[in-house]
Design a protein around this ligand. Sequence first.
Ligand SMILES: NC(=O)c1ccc[n+]([C@@H]2O[C@H](COP(=O)([O-])OP(=O)(O)OC[C@H]3O[C@@H](n4cnc5c(N)ncnc54)[C@H](OP(=O)(O)O)[C@@H]3O)[C@@H](O)[C@H]2O)c1
Length: 145
Amino acid sequence: MVAVVGTRHVALSKRLGADRVVNYEAEDFTAIREKFDVVFDAVGKTSFFHCRPLLKADGIFAATDLGPGWSNILLSAWFGLTGSKRVQIPFPKDAPGFVRHLAKLMTTGQFQGVFDRRYPLDDIVEAFQYVEKGQKTGIVVLNVT
Ligand SMILES: NC(=O)c1ccc[n+]([C@@H]2O[C@H](COP(=O)([O-])OP(=O)(O)OC[C@H]3O[C@@H](n4cnc5c(N)ncnc54)[C@H](OP(=O)(O)O)[C@@H]3O)[C@@H](O)[C@H]2O)c1
């Protein structure tokens, strides 16, 4: 697995188990001379067309974001019509089941969550302001007690 991150997250990505880390501030990740089964844009910073050279013939581009000009939505619908899964915005079909699965992976140490800051509910405005900076590392938690 290859992780693409900025300088400040190189060590974290290695610690989390990436086989190789590409620092996007130092090199162009699309210039890697390798083909992948899946390219996953977890932060909404790239596009299918930008990443296409990295995909195997049956490789999948998945994203958490709508994409520039809603392109991820449009492309996933287009490829879906042809029976292809080339572009996907994955949603769990069974959300409670997925959360239980994630909890199990975290309990057994197979998945490590990355938690940034925690805020009490009363400080929700401050929490949103921090998240909106686009600088958070992993998850920001609101404590609802
Ligand atoms: N969070 C959610 O619950 C959620 C749910 C659905 C969809 N989304 C979508 O997911 C996307 C990410 O949202 P988010 O709230 O999780 O994160 P975010 O706060 O927007 O992402 C910040 C992270 O992105 C990294 N980053 C910035 N530019 C990058 C680049 N060119 N390549 C690789 N990493 C880069 C930053 O690290 P560096 O500073 O080191 O670059 C930082 O750790 C958004 O487009 C959002 O619409 C999020």
